[in-house]
Design a protein around this ligand. Structure first.
Ligand SMILES: C[S@@+](CC[C@H](N)C(=O)[O-])C[C@H]1O[C@@H](n2cnc3c(N)ncnc32)[C@H](O)[C@@H]1O
Length: 389
């Protein structure tokens, strides 16, 4: 995709909305005594009701939006995931699929269509989506497939009762707020946000006991002055998403690394950034409420949180290895059969984006966390990197 040098200017309505979000953030900073941990800034910029990027209809998926996720990139993604989901559903003895953060609804549709073709539909397809505008968009898009709609329902949070089946979250963990810190020989510092007139700026403070302990429990040796992030809400999110899974799995895909790579000396500065109209933006304070904020996922933290909840890490692989293990080559061949020139080109381009190391193939990882499921899963048969966690 060709991207012009600079994004289009904000419309008056966008500028007014962003100013309302900025005002809300300034109010939060003031109420907190003038300094806000970055996780609270990010949480509000993304999720403040009626204001945040995901909560006010600003989140735009796909080619005309801010970013393209794998299910938007190519139908092949959902078809491969369907093979893994079908296997897991069979091993769980049937059950539901629960998708967290379903975005535009593309994965839900692709997955249900693929599972229908192999007669492996789940009992229900339940979507846990915290964003009302995205819920409405998902409902509208899925309703265009009436044969799927009767299986789909929306939940306000993780299922409260015990259930079996497969939970999925594609690019959800990277959207959970992070805190920033600076490691130091004489103690660590929290890097938080202050108001500087109508702008925002960074300011450091000595880390409190919670942050100090969280950094210590990473058990990595960090150079003096090293700046990075950690995700304080991650263990609670994993616990909430998995506590009622009696038998089944949580499949996670996202950009991320095992901890030793995540906190490698060469990654000083961390991975926090914004996304706006397909541009990676270093200034995370720009356009509050209009740009996505994200940071890579420490998959060792995910594995630790999962094992603390009694789950097993049943596999960890690059997206390329995962999709290859699940037969993306067969899916490509089947999709190309009968496709016209335009469709063939789009399929080939989509497959390259999913698989190439410089695109999504290596940056993105897939992790399976299971309870009560026989361990060896097809998606990790080519390569399982669990030992690197
Ligand atoms: C980057 S988007 C990914 C969307 C979609 N999974 C995809 O791959 O296209 C992040 C999604 O996670 C949702 N989300 C963020 N925090 C969440 C949470 N705690 N529970 C459920 N969904 C959440 C957002 O509303 C949004 O739908």
């Amino acid at each position: 995709m060709l991207i012009p040098d600079s994004p289009p200017p904000l419309s008056p309505a966008e500028a007014a909305h962003s100013e309302r979000v900025a005002e809300h953030l300034r109010t939060l900073i003031k109420a907190a005594g003038g300094w806000l941990p970055f996780s609270r800034f990010m949480d509000a910029a993304l999720y403040a009701p009626g204001l945040g990027y995901y909560m006010a209809g600003q989140a735009r998926f796909g080619a005309s939006g801010d970013f393209v996720t794998a299910p938007e990139m190519s139908p092949l993604f959902a078809r491969c995931i369907a093979t893994q989901v079908a296997e897991l559903l069979e091993r769980a003895g049937g059950g539901d699929v629960v998708e967290y953060g379903a975005g535009s609804g593309a994965l839900a549709i692709g997955l249900l269509q693929a599972l229908a073709r192999t007669d492996a539909l789940p009992r229900r397809y339940r979507i846990v989506e915290i964003s009302a505008p995205l819920r409405a968009a998902q409902r509208e898009r899925i309703a265009r497939h009436p044969e799927l709609m009767n299986r789909v329902e929306w939940l306000d949070g993780p299922p409260a009762e015990a259930w079996q089946g497969v939970a999925l979250a594609n690019e959800v963990l990277d959207a959970l707020p992070v805190d920033r810190f600076r490691a130091g020989r004489d103690g660590c510092e929290a890097i938080g946000v202050v108001a500087a007139g109508r702008e925002f700026d960074w300011q450091t403070r000595p880390a409190d006991a919670t942050l100090t302990n969280a950094i210590a429990s990473l058990r990595v040796s960090l150079p003096d002055g090293y700046v990075s992030e950690l995700r304080p809400m991650l263990p609670a999110w994993i616990a909430a998403a998995t506590s009622t899974i009696a038998k089944g799995a949580l499949l996670l895909s996202d950009y991320g690394l095992p901890r030793t790579h995540y906190y490698h000396a060469t990654r000083d500065g961390g991975s926090l950034c914004g996304f706006y109209r397909h541009r990676r933006v270093d200034d995370v304070f720009a356009r509050p409420g209009l740009q996505d904020l994200t940071a890579w996922v420490d998959f060792s933290a995910v594995a630790n949180a999962a094992t603390a909840c009694g789950l097993e890490v049943a596999g960890f692989a690059t997206q390329a290895h995962f999709l290859a293990s699940l037969g993306i080559d067969r899916e490509i061949a089947a999709a190309l059969d009968g496709a016209d020139t335009r469709e063939s080109m789009s399929l080939r381009q989509g497959a390259s984006m999913l698989m190439l190391p410089g695109e999504m193939g290596e940056r993105f990882k897939v992790m399976a966390l299971t309870r009560g499921i026989e361990r060896t899963l097809s998606g990790f048969s080519f390569r399982d990197l669990s030992m690197s966690l």
